[in-house]
Design a protein around this ligand. Structure first.
Ligand code: PGA
Length: 251
């Protein structure tokens, strides 16, 4: 059956020293806890190897926030999936709305990234979600379905089964405006139906679907209590150990 996962997305925050200290703090907090979910932190590329050296990945998984859509070569400034894997990271966030919006990542590009992540043994945490206008004009279910179809439906059931999905309504990211638990559950159930329609109910039931967007200790328990919400992708609240652990302990 699917796993419950709480994953931090640090985004472009913390210096290397601050990041290593935060990772150590979370790793130590988890040593004394018995979380009812897998816990992951996704950190800037520059931090990966150093963070890997100070955490126990049996209790705290490590991931990157992105990887390149090419395997290697003349792509100045890019970081490939094999490079990410070589640091010890096991996960990679792909298709985050900030990547789609600010860096022009299309479904085509994201398909390539997912392919390379899987080929290098990384678990993609693949993000989908509508913008405010699409929430307000009622097209959100179609928008999210199309994001999944366009980027992911070329994969086999076996490959798809290796993905983690994260539903992140763009209007809820970093805004303090969380989707209600009902809105999240409706969308997560819809996503699971979309997956079942293509890959069958078993694959759908085994896919972890995380919620992201202003998730905090005060609202996590209500969100995670919903049957189709299998955890969270946490931005701002992942930057403070106490807040992050508050969300982990919401399970
Ligand atoms: P937030 O970010 O928790 O700060 O809203 C979530 C995300 O973008 O992954």
């Amino acid at each position: 059956m699917r796993k419950n996962i709480v994953a931090g997305n640090w985004k472009m925050n913390t210096t290397l020293q601050e990041g290593v200290a935060l990772a150590e703090e979370v790793n130590a907090a988890l040593a004394g806890a018995q979380p009812k979910c897998d816990v992951v932190i996704c950190v800037p590329f520059t931090h990966l190897a150093s963070v890997n050296a100070v955490i126990d990945q049996n209790r705290l998984g490590l991931g990157a926030e992105n990887c390149a859509d090419h395997e290697k070569g003349a792509y100045t400034g890019e970081v490939s999936a094999p490079m990410v894997a070589s640091t010890g990271a096991k996960y990679v966030i792909l298709g985050h709305s900030e990547r789609r919006q600010y860096y022009g990542e299309t479904s085509e590009i994201l398909t390539e990234k997912v392919k390379l992540a899987l080929a290098n043994g990384l678990t993609p945490i693949f993000c989908i979600g509508e913008v405010l206008e699409e929430r307000e004009n009622g097209t959100y279910n179609e928008v999210v379905k199309k994001q999944i179809e366009d980027a992911l439906f070329g994969f086999s059931a076996e490959e798809f089964g290796k993905l983690v999905l994260a539903y992140e309504p763009v209007w809820a990211i970093g805004t303090g405006k969380t989707a209600t638990a009902e809105q999240a559950e409706d969308m997560h159930a819809h996503i699971r139906n979309v997956i079942a329609g293509k890959y069958g109910q078993e694959v759908a039931d085994n896919t972890s679907i995380l919620y992201g967007g202003s998730c905090k200790p005060s609202n996590a328990a209500e969100l995670f209590a919903k049957p189709d919400v299998d955890g969270g992708l946490i931005g701002g609240a992942a930057l403070k150990c106490d807040d992050f652990m508050g969300i982990v302990n919401a399970f």
